[in-house]
Design a protein around this ligand. Structure first.
Ligand SMILES: [Zn+2]
Length: 54
């Protein structure tokens, strides 16, 4: 499951593995699927991120 964060009163769906957040759950889920199978980030997915972990 992806994490749901609240950032500035907006819902952000975050990948549990890399922590990047996305506006829609489907993108967060595909990031998480990618991260669980691959040690590197997928730029096609992470370019859509709206939240970056510190
Ligand atoms: Zn991820």
């Amino acid at each position: 499951m992806v994490k749901v964060l609240k950032i500035k009163n907006k819902k952000v769906f975050a990948c549990e593995i890399c922590g990047f957040g996305y506006k829609d759950k489907a993108t967060a889920q595909s990031c998480q699927n990618w991260c669980s199978e691959s040690p590197s980030c997928n730029l096609q997915i992470t370019k859509k991120a709206v939240y970056f972990p510190k």
